[in-house]
Ligand binder design. Structure first.
Ligand SMILES: Cc1cc2nc3c(=O)[nH]c(=O)nc-3n(C[C@H](O)[C@H](O)[C@H](O)COP(=O)(O)OP(=O)(O)OC[C@H]3O[C@@H](n4cnc5c(N)ncnc54)[C@H](O)[C@@H]3O)c2cc1C
Length: 417
């Protein structure tokens, strides 16, 4: 017998109707980073009747923002919040589990022993590191390399281990690889390099930071890194890592073999596993996977499935003129708000205005004397779906805690009561 539910489901309309006596409709959010936490918190506020379930394999959110100084100096530790406390604070349900599969046909997320059905799905799992691009395919070797030499760009929980490794570094070549663009938080590796070079100099550690960079270095850092810290830095320009030999502690580029005593290894980045498994990666025109998700530029909906939204660093191309949004926590946070508003509009029938991403980023460009650079990216819909991007870079010769004020504003949105 064809029921009303079957009819609506067949027509793809089920999420927009509430059946009398039915269980609350559910939004499952995969990934509790800057994007997923923002979506969860705003959904609870805008559509309190929805059941919101956040899934993450980690026990806690750890922020990367403001972590670079702390790696080598006495500074406030990166913001860390246990998920159960956040879930209680904002009123969503948290499931700690690895998402192994998303079955879009059945509208199910398989997370550990749970099978979570959904009416809407928000996929926000961030990035994965592509070690295979460096000829490392064996999972045990990848795990060992991450344990010994992680560049700490994939999850904030890796930062503590990196700080401990730096604290025991006594000298020699300290290798740092920068991933090819696009990667998360473009100025972050250069700011990190600056702090490490400053620390080597200040502590008189007989070591060199060897930077292997496939990209052009950000101009704001170039002179200071290569001139003021000339004795502390060796910089390989436009150098792409092709292979790594863990036994010999050597990376190979097209031109050089570069040995290291200690390393911060950051392979090329891609959208995280759940997007590959769920068939949500955008193909290139020649059919090869682009490595990043396919999603709308403004609504973040998957073109393959109207019930699915993709947000955060996993997102791919949004514009033929500027490519993708910068992979920052600020952008991911705004995307979370944007999809929460859309889902709430559909669930409640009450319309909420659309919101576009934006990104503000404060990076330190000199330590003594203190100086910072403020990067500001804004977006505008021209009216026909074509996005315009404005990026402003401002030098601040007299910083007065703008970075901390920015972080506080962000954290109040999705972490603090
Ligand atoms: C050193 C550094 C400094 C930075 N500084 C700034 C800054 O100052 N300002 C700024 O705006 N941005 C900054 N960023 C960038 C920012 O951290 C990222 O852009 C942001 O984390 C992206 O958010 P996201 O939600 O897409 O992904 P994430 O924050 O990475 O969250 C993804 C979550 O998904 C979970 N997950 C992934 N796969 C699965 C799975 N299969 N099952 C279950 N859970 C899963 C992960 O555990 C993770 O918690 C910095 C980044 C770095 C590396």
């Amino acid at each position: 017998m064809i029921t009303r539910r079957h009819f609506l489901a067949g027509a793809g309309l089920l999420p927009f109707f509430r059946l009398a006596g039915a269980a609350p409709r559910r939004v499952v959010i995969v990934g509790g980073g800057w994007g997923g936490l923002s979506a969860a918190r705003h959904l609870r506020a805008l559509a309190p009747d929805l059941d919101v379930v956040l899934v993450d394999r980690q026990p806690a959110f750890v922020s990367f923002a403001l972590s670079n100084r702390w790696l080598v100096d006495a500074a406030a530790a990166p913001e860390r919040h246990d998920y159960p406390a956040l879930a209680k604070r904002w009123g969503y349900r948290f499931v700690q589990a690895e998402v192994k599969a998303i079955d879009r046909e059945a509208r199910l997320v398989v997370a550990g022993s749970e099978r979570l059905s959904y009416d809407w799905l928000v996929v926000a799992p961030g990035i994965r590191e592509n070690w295979a691009a460096w000829q490392v395919d064996d999972p045990a070797t990848v795990a060992e390399l991450r344990r010994r030499h992680a560049g700490a760009m994939a999850h904030g929980s890796e930062l503590v281990n990196l700080k401990e490794r730096l604290a025991t570094f006594r000298g020699g070549d300290l290798l740092m690889t920068i991933p090819p663009a696009p990667y998360r938080c473009p100025p972050a590796p250069y700011e990190r390099a600056l702090f490490i070079a400053w620390w080597l100099k200040k502590q008189k550690i007989p070591g060199k930071l060897v930077i292997v960079d496939p990209n052009p270095m950000m101009p704001a850092f170039r002179d200071i890194l290569l001139e003021r810290y000339e004795p502390q830095i060796t910089y390989f320009d436009h150098a792409k890592v092709r292979r790594i030999d863990p036994q010999r502690r050597t990376v190979s580029t097209d031109i050089d073999d570069i040995p290291f005593a200690e390393a911060l290894l950051s392979p090329p980045q891609q959208a995280a596993d759940p997007l590959w498994q769920a068939g949500l990666i955008r193909p290139e025109p020649d059919g090869r996977p682009s490595g990043w998700a396919g999603q709308g530029a403004v609504d973040f909906r998957s073109p393959a499935d109207r019930r699915v939204f993709i947000i955060g660093d996993a997102c791919g191309l949004v514009s033929p003129s500027f490519g993708s949004y910068p992979k920052t926590g600020h952008v991911a946070n705004r995307m979370g708000l944007a999809v929460a508003r859309q889902i709430a509009s559909e669930a409640t029938g009450k319309s909420h205005p659309a919101v576009l991403p934006e990104s503000v980023c404060h990076v330190q460009s000199s330590i003594e004397p203190r100086e910072s650079v403020h990067l500001d990216a804004r977006y505008r819909d021209r009216g026909d779906g074509f996005l315009l991007q404005t990026v402003k870079q401002t030098r601040n010769p007299n910083p007065a805690g703008e970075d901390i004020a920015w972080a506080e504003t962000m954290y109040r949105d999705f972490l603090r009561p």
